[in-house]
Write a protein that binds this ligand. Structure first.
Ligand code: PMV
Length: 331
């Protein structure tokens, strides 16, 4: 059988209303919906070759092993199932253009690109809902990196997860002056993965139910703030949603604390900047490095503020486009 090969590229995304907690760990089904924006120019490029001999998976220059490799091969198996034929051994090479120390989920962009490329290599037609469901199986947040701009991942109701995927609410062109600055305050590996942290939170945090109800209700409000391009409304909402996710994780047993002194140094500098007329807000994933929301006009000032508060690197981003097939295979 002739081998087939495809290459895709996707942006990571940052959640403005976070996903935190699975109702089904095997299918990666969330307890609540979430809402995010993709981050250009950060991107991951992934080349997939099917029927390529013994399976090999290379992520950012090193051979993937164990659970990491298994997650990639499990996604390829799902595509084989849909294609209705075995795809043979696969070769996957994936590379990001941004420092892993930034703590931005390269897995979101990586699995979105992998899902797009594998479906194309298997000859399946482009279908954003199917691609998003597939990416979800690799890493929940990857469901939201299949389309660009601003996307909602609907939690869905079905036990088989068929209704749990992300769709685009607004393309990147809707709010071109929005800026997102990823601030590196700590390059250390986190002690607890988001996978383990959210599982511990679901099982032991007494605040978990309140988190689910609140986050679900925040999604349409966040969408409305984006629709109006209202940075203050979106910023206030993103901040409170980040605090509430971390609060429910902190209340787990043992506590799950992703905040570091450098995180607070940046985050606590923001109210003072706002009082001086600089519109800047934060959000924070399951790691120490905050992402600051502002507009193009204020980027230089916000970057200076983050560096003065101790950030060692600041990556300037804006809303990015869809995951897409590209030329230029990585092997
Ligand atoms: O997709 P995962 O399993 O890496 O989980 C991501 C969880 C957060 O980044 C903290 C929130 C989110 O919605 O992206």
């Amino acid at each position: 059988m002739t081998s087939r090969k495809a290459t895709a590229r996707a942006h990571p995304n940052i959640a403005l209303v976070k996903y935190w907690g699975k109702r089904d760990a095997a299918l990666v089904l969330p307890h609540q919906s979430s809402f995010s924006v993709t981050l250009a120019p950060l991107e991951v490029t992934t080349t997939v070759e099917l029927d390529a001999g013994p399976s090999r998976v290379e992520l950012n220059g090193r051979e993937a092993t164990g659970a990491e490799r298994d997650r990639v091969l499990a996604l390829v198996n799902l595509v084989a199932h849909e294609a209705g034929r075995p795809l043979g051994g696969v070769r996957v090479v994936s590379r990001g253009n941004f420092p892993m120390a930034a703590g931005l989920a390269s897995s979101a962009a990586g699995f979105a690109a992998l899902a797009r490329a594998t479906r194309a290599a298997a000859g399946l037609p482009d279908d954003v809902a199917r691609t998003s469901r597939l990416a979800r199986a690799g890493s929940g947040s990857a469901a939201r990196s299949v389309q660009g701009g601003f996307c909602t991942w609907q939690r869905g109701q079905r036990p088989d997860g068929e209704d749990s995927f992300a769709t685009q609410d607004f393309p990147e062109s809707h709010w071109p002056e929005l800026r997102l600055l990823a601030c590196v305050v700590s390059g250390a590996e986190k002690d607890v993965s988001s996978r383990d942290g959210m599982a511990a939170t679901v099982e032991t945090s007494p605040y978990y139910r309140a988190w689910v109800e609140d986050a679900e209700a925040e999604v349409p409000r966040a969408r409305d703030a984006v629709r109006r391009r209202d940075l203050a409304a979106l910023g206030v909402l993103a901040e409170r949603n980040a605090w509430r996710m971390h609060a429910t994780a902190l209340a787990a047993e043992p506590p799950c604390c992703y905040l570091r002194p450098g995180t607070l140094a940046v985050v606590l500098a923001l109210p003072g900047a706002r009082a001086k007329g600089c519109p800047v807000y934060f959000t924070l994933d399951a790691g120490p490095n905050p992402v600051l929301l502002t507009t193009a006009e204020h980027v230089a000032r916000v970057e200076a503020l983050a560096r003065a508060a101790g950030a060692s690197d600041v990556l300037r981003c804006a809303p990015g486009g869809d995951a897409r097939l590209v030329d230029g295979a990585l092997f």
